[in-house]
Design a protein around this ligand. Structure first.
Ligand SMILES: Cc1cc2nc3c(=O)[nH]c(=O)nc-3n(C[C@H](O)[C@H](O)[C@H](O)COP(=O)(O)OP(=O)(O)OC[C@H]3O[C@@H](n4cnc5c(N)ncnc54)[C@H](O)[C@@H]3O)c2cc1C
Length: 402
């Protein structure tokens, strides 16, 4: 009887998991004996790392042909429940209706979403760059500012959260505000963060470069404080300060998608399942966890994969391969990704490229910006729908690093 692998999610991890599973089945010459299905709202891969940009036209590439080329079926819908005892999913179909789907192996690749705490006014007045829809809403809002009477609040953007995504959103904002308000517009961009020093999370060696970029872009910072409320024209901080601002961009923290809570076993503070070296959810029978849904050791030095596209693409390949390997009798592949790089976009200053977990600075400014553009515009995009070419880069030890 045909066995079923179901992959939940068509992001970086889900797409590569499905392709890698198809490759393993083909390698074992068992095509036709294992069906692979991806469930996600639409057969698209959202390029989340680029959603801080203004131009959002190519941020949601269609992967329907790619999945078809490797023999993977797409079901458009959201997985609502996982019955891990019976190995059955309940799906709410995009466009209406419900469907049950049985699995022999499940690959949970439902990713993550922005954590929005219960701050008064945040859900009503806050913007973010977490999903394509929310990034589009921010861009429409910024473009609409020019229609409003000129006030300090109109020309001020507050970014809540000074981590990687907050810094990228902030350093891009002057470019976006000049496009929206005119080249000579006077504006303020303010990053608010609870930490004592914005940029320190990027490492001590990187810190001076981040600070230089913030200063050059004229970005203000408020540290050791948090946003305590938001309204249509301002943000109040826990320090008591009120910043007049029509725009608040929330960039403070990610959590695993809600469905991940239904995977049995231990979860970390971000909601990720603590995976074993083969990315199995150890307390379940037949469930693999990958991408932003798994807490996985990257090496034997105590480092764990952060929620990142860089890791999701490798985690996806390993989980997909292993899910298929268990069904077709291939050897399982342990996850390992010792090389870690970061490339932080810093707007007009350029970008900052680091290597290693202690983030040694390797390239800065324009040199690094070229790498960032290559990563963002080429490397993380889905490959062309060519089965052999895709299988050639879908093996579980394939890692893309600049
Ligand atoms: C603004 C921003 C900037 C970023 N910058 C970087 C960066 O510079 N470098 C980097 O490496 N990473 C970056 N990241 C992080 C990166 O985008 C994520 O780590 C990555 O997208 C994780 O991939 P994933 O496949 O695990 O999940 P996702 O990309 O989140 O994909 C999840 C998939 O699951 C689907 N899904 C969710 N729930 C369900 C359900 N119940 N049923 C069915 N389908 C479901 C979704 O629709 C989607 O298809 C950034 C993220 C953001 C938001």
């Amino acid at each position: 009887m045909t066995k079923n692998i179901v992959v939940v999610g068509s992001g970086f991890a889900g797409m590569w998991a499905a392709i890698s599973a198809a490759r393993a089945v083909s390698l074992a010459q068992q095509d036709g004996e294992v069906a692979i299905t991806v469930v996600s709202p639409t057969p698209n891969l959202t390029i989340r790392p680029r959603l801080y940009e203004a131009e959002l036209r190519n941020m949601n590439p269609d992967i329907a042909h790619l999945l078809m080329a490797v023999g993977v079926v797409h079901v458009a819908g959201i997985v609502e429940t996982i019955d891990s005892a019976e190995k059955v999913l309940q799906i709410s179909k995009t466009g209406g209706g419900h469907q049950s789907l049985a699995y022999d192996r499940l690959v949970m690749a439902a990713g993550s979403q922005l954590f929005q705490p219960d701050v008064p006014g945040l859900s009503e007045f806050g913007f973010n760059t977490d999903s394509l829809a929310s990034a589009q809403a921010l861009e429409v809002h910024l473009q609409g500012l020019r229609e409003k009477p000129e006030t300090v609040a109109r020309n001020t953007v507050v970014i809540a959260g000074g981590g990687f995504t907050g810094i990228e959103a902030a350093t891009e904002m002057p470019i976006r505000l000049r496009a929206a308000l005119g080249a000579d517009a006077m504006f303020r961009v303010v990053i608010v963060d609870t930490s004592a020093t914005i940029g320190l999370s990027m490492g001590e060696q990187a810190l001076p470069y981040v600070q230089e970029a913030l200063i050059e872009a004229g970005i203000e910072t408020r540290t050791g404080t948090r946003v305590s409320s938001v309204d249509a024209h301002g943000v109040t901080l826990s320090s008591g300060e009120r910043i007049e601002a029509d725009t608040l961009v929330w960039s403070a923290g990610m959590r695993a998608s809600p469905i991940v809570a239904q995977v049995p076993g231990d979860h970390d503070a971000l909601g990720r399942v603590v995976g074993d070296p083969f990315l199995r959810a150890p307390a379940s029978d037949g469930i693999f966890v990958t991408g932003d849904t798994v807490l996985a050791a990257t090496d034997d030095q105590g480092n764990f994969a952060p929620m990142s596209c860089q890791h999701a693409m490798s985690l996806g390949r390993v989980a997909g391969h292993n899910a298929a390997a268990e069904l077709v009798g291939l050897e399982l592949h342990p996850y390992s990704q010792p090389k870690y790089v970061t490339c932080l976009d810093l707007g007009e200053w350029g970008a900052l490229y680091t290597e290693g977990w202690n983030r040694q600075v390797r390239f800065t400014r324009a040199e690094s910006k070229k790498i960032k553009q290559e990563i963002n515009q080429i490397w993380i995009y889905p490959p062309a729908a060519d089965r052999d070419a895709v299988f050639a880069v879908a093996n579980p030890d394939f890692v893309i690093v600049p």
